[in-house]
Design a protein around this ligand. Structure first.
Ligand code: NAP
Ligand code: HSE
Length: 420
């Protein structure tokens, strides 16, 4: 028998207990032994959780219990779970977590501390999609040239509903919270940080790169408006929050931002709470992974697969996939040297000569305009929707700063990067 303790019996934790119970026969057959949840940790013992396991509010009853072999951390947060996971490892427990925020900050220290102890985190990126094992094991023969993913179900759900049903942002966000997709603090979802945490985990496995969320370009979806989808449709694009890693020699670009992508691309067709990740390896070419990225059962499916793998007793791969460091390490590319095409929404005074002034600001920075639409022309204001040819992030940002200072620009401009 393998004893499991779960710290955090909320949306995911309850589903883990329930899957272990309802699929007991097949799980026991696959693990080769019985897996039993011996204890769960919560804050509030009075809440009904619909699970029949002993509960406590004291996490040390799990981390320190000699009958518990695997500690499953599903409480969320960063510093408290870090302390508890360290304690579990010090007590020689195997660890499973779904906590990408914890790993975004502490994955290298935890990997060192775990050493040969199993430490699995399949559910931390893209919920039910087995992307960690795919990247760490299935694609381990490859140099990873690029990966592009929709890794936040909440944002994808919001963008899909805004685009296809014209629903307002706030209403859809509340629904995503009700459905158990959003983080406890949903600003992590909509400001792009949840996707950034996941990207950093994948970047460690793909490139051995130890970057923190603050060091990479992260933008969320708060400024996206229904009018942006109009422009997107007109020019054959859709808008998705993408997490992108690209290799340029020894430099690795890492960024998360709303992105205009061509509607014909596979990743553009991923709607609702679903996630999708395209990984390009030098040997295999492009591979695509698709599935539910959030929600109790989908996420618990990945957590339970980690528990089974550990219970089987096989040798788990090193936590971040590297047995020794790369001789020539990869480096994070500076944000300002990213190149992209850009879309810009500008609300300007509707007067002769304004367009020429805008074009000249871009021309000064060597940026060429590719296409333009005008909406809502009146005596006072017009909305201009324009896109540029490829240019340096640094040059575009400088043009944007100059534009913001112009008296004819009436509202803060909105920019979206374009991936072609
Ligand atoms: P949740 O529903 O908020 O559940 C968190 C659980 O942890 C609750 O049972 C809570 O107890 C308990 N908890 C929190 N702080 C605690 C503390 N200090 N001491 C004891 N218990 C504590 O969260 P969730 O959605 O299940 O997410 C859990 C983890 O999985 C997070 O790291 C999240 O990022 C990750 N994840 C979630 C999803 C998803 O779709 N939900 C997908 C992938 C990964 P009370 O109930 O008593 O408050
Ligand atoms: N809040 C996350 C999302 C949960 O919406 O994708 C899965 O990590």
């Amino acid at each position: 028998m393998v004893g499991v303790g779960i710290i955090g019996v909320g949306t995911v934790g309850q589903s883990v207990v329930s899957i272990l119970e309802r699929n007991r026969d097949i799980i026991t057959a696959r693990a080769g032994k019985e897996i039993r949840v011996l204890k769960g940790v919560v804050r509030d013992l009075s809440k009904d959780r619909g699970v029949a396991i002993p509960l406590t509010t004291n996490p040390y009853e799990v981390t320190d219990d000699p009958k518990i072999d695997i500690v499953v951390e599903l409480m969320g947060g960063v510093e408290e779970p870090y302390r508890l996971v360290k304690r579990a490892l010090e007590h020689k427990k195997a660890v499973v977590t779904a906590n990408k925020a914890l790993l975004a900050y502490h994955r290298y220290e935890l990997s060192d501390l775990a050493g040969d102890l199993p430490f699995e985190f399949e559910a931390s990126v893209a919920g039910g999609i087995p992307i960690i094992k795919a990247l760490r094991d299935g694609l381990s023969a490859n140099h990873i040239e690029a990966l592009r993913g929709i890794m936040n179900g909440t944002c994808n759900y919001i963008l899909t509903e805004m685009d296809q049903r014209g629903r307002p942002f706030d209403e859809v966000l509340q629904e995503a919270q009700r459905l158990g997709y959003a983080e406890a603090d949903p600003s992590f979802d909509i400001d792009g940080y949840d996707a950034a945490h996941k990207l950093l985990i994948l970047a460690s496995i793909a490139y051995g790169i130890d970057a923190k969320p603050e060091e990479i370009l992260v933008e969320g979806i708060r400024s996206i408006d229904r009018i942006d989808f109009e422009f997107a449709r007109e020019f054959g694009y859709t808008i998705k929050l993408l997490a992108i890693a690209k290799r340029r020699g020894e430099q690795i670009e890492l960024r998360v931002h709303p992105t205009l992508i061509k509607s014909r691309e596979m990743i553009a067709k991923i709607d609702g709470v679903m996630n999708g990740i395209s990984v390009i390896g030098d040997a295999v070419g492009e591979t695509m992974f698709y599935g539910p990225g959030a929600g109790g059962d989908a996420t618990a499916s990945a957590v339970v697969s980690d528990i089974i793998e550990i219970a089987r007793g096989g040798k788990c791969a090193p936590m971040l996939g590297y047995k020794k460091p790369l001789e020539e390490g990869f480096h994070l590319a500076p944000k300002e040297l990213i190149t992209s095409k850009y879309y810009l929404r500008l609300v300007v005074t509707d007067r002769p000569g304004i367009l020429a002034k805008i074009a000249s600001i871009f021309a000064t920075m060597g940026i060429s305009i590719e296409s333009m639409l005008q909406r809502g022309g009146s005596q006072e204001a017009a909305t201009l929707l324009l896109s540029t040819h490829r240019c340096l992030e640094r040059d575009f940002q400088q043009a944007l700063t100059t534009l913001k200072r112009q008296p004819f620009v009436q509202e803060s401009p909105v920019m979206i990067r374009i991936e072609d």
